[in-house]
Design a binder for this molecule. Sequence first.
Ligand SMILES: [Zn+2]
Length: 314
Amino acid sequence: MSYTVGVDVGGTKIAAGLVDEHGQVIARERTQSPATDPKQIVRTIGELVRTLTDSQPVEAVGVSAAGFVDKARAMVVFAPNLAWRDEPLKRFLEEELELPVIVENDANAAAWAEFTFGAGEDVEDLLMLTVGTGVGGGVVIDGELVRGGFGMGGEVGHITMVPGGVVCGCGNLGCLESYGSGRALVRVSRELAVTDPESAKGLLARAGGDPSKITGPLVTAAAQDGDPFAVARLAELGDWLGQGVATLTAVLDPNVVVIGGGVGEAGALLLDPLRESFERHVTARGHRPMLEIRQARLGNAGGLIGVADLARHR
Ligand SMILES: [Zn+2]
């Protein structure tokens, strides 16, 4: 058995795992992310990897990051929630660790994990959406992860759904992320709790009566308990995401769409409205084989499992 290490760098925490060739995580480490200090992030990743490789030699290290990564998988060009701008992460980490390193976008890594070991392991063409604070994505076509000409493809959260619509974290207006993300779920729930407190009273009670205390997990928990206001908010999110998946399907024609991320864990409350919306909007409906929309299987370990496997096959 041979091993690689996968490291998932987020805005608030860094998770690392020792992963075998079947995608099993043998050991894990996790720590707070020093998100505002690029040098400290490199040292922290180094410490996590050394802890995991102390008693177990590894072939390579993969790092998944919430940002745009160049085609050579060496440089984090831009990470909105981290301090990285044109950060040569591969070089810095190879000097720190004396091991081969690759860097990959976190949603690409998660898509690769679901394709190789998870919800899409039975197909060759997969589209994944990671629905968390934002909407990330990854595309696998003919068994290959699609990076595009410059390494920045697969950013499905930034297709325009509403020209001139709600401003997105990327600076554009009306992106899918502006309507289908956890951030959108919170924004709309808070707005309606102010304008229509009677309908939102169940959710408001959970938030101590303060609309600004409404969070994504609070909406999901209320929906799971059958609160109609919260169920409707997740259904709206599913509706937007279904329209987005229909648009992407017109281009990519995947066999399977996998929905992951923290909001994706709401399960049928999100996926059933998403499927209905997809079926209403997809082109050539009634005349094409219907793809399956499935929940991710690997949860939040998907990023590190995927990037560990990509490092193995670098
Ligand atoms: Zn955007």
